[in-house]
Design a protein around this ligand. Structure first.
Ligand code: 5GP
Ligand code: MG
Ligand code: MG
Length: 185
């Protein structure tokens, strides 16, 4: 049986106003991203830096399809504090004892919104003198970017709406939705 096959979860899905990306479309796009990343990093070891918690399922599905040696490091960083508005500040929980110098770093996050979080993380990682530093997100919101973040890999471009599901939350909830959607008002 397919480990990525998902039950429908009609209970939690009833909180959605509409589905933006189905579980199936996410799955096939994530597989394509895995193939591209695998090809680009062939012969190398990747140091994957994952921004938790929103990227939880994205990285689980993506990284299990990449046949390359890798180290996975998870970080907590947030510019959101429970609601739908950014506070304009990033708090990074930097991991102790991880060597980033000379490594090929791939930074992964769920969604690029204002760019504040990834910009802060990229600047911090660049300061560690990696060999290369690339960024991948599942979703890129079409909106004026306040902070410039070079994106190397992107799953989908979406409109400027607040989304939940597939790891992304509203006040800690809805992360377990297998698809990505817009909440009922
Ligand atoms: P940024 O720093 O680019 O504004 O976004 C930081 C974080 O805010 C993202 O990594 C994500 O965790 C959260 N975020 C941004 N937009 C959305 C959204 O539409 N839905 C959810 N659930 N989180 C979002
Ligand atoms: Mg995030
Ligand atoms: Mg959140």
């Amino acid at each position: 049986s397919n480990i990525l096959a998902m039950p429908v979860l009609s209970g939690v899905l009833s909180d959605l106003h509409r589905v933006l990306l189905s579980a199936e479309s996410i799955r096939s796009r994530v597989t394509e991203m895995a193939r591209t990343i695998e090809r680009d990093y062939a012969g190398k070891e990747i140091t994957v830096v994952v921004l938790m918690d929103g990227a939880l399922f994205f990285v689980a599905d993506l990284l299990r399809q990449i046949d390359l040696p890798m180290r996975i490091v998870t970080l907590g960083a947030s510019s959101y504090h429970g609601g739908t508005e950014s506070t304009g500040q990033v708090k990074i929980n930097w991991p102790a004892g991880v060597e980033f110098c000379g490594q090929d770093i791939l930074l992964l996050d769920d969604i690029l919104d204002t760019g504040l979080t990834l910009k802060a993380l990229r600047d911090r990682l660049q300061g560690e003198s990696p060999a290369t530093l690339k960024t991948a997100v599942l979703l890129d919101k079409k909106r004026p970017r306040q902070h410039v973040v070079p994106l190397n890999y992107c799953g989908f471009e979406i409109e400027d709406e607040f989304v939940v599901g597939y790891g992304m939350d509203y006040q800690g909830r809805f992360r377990n939705l297998p698809c990505i959607g817009i909440l009922k008002p």
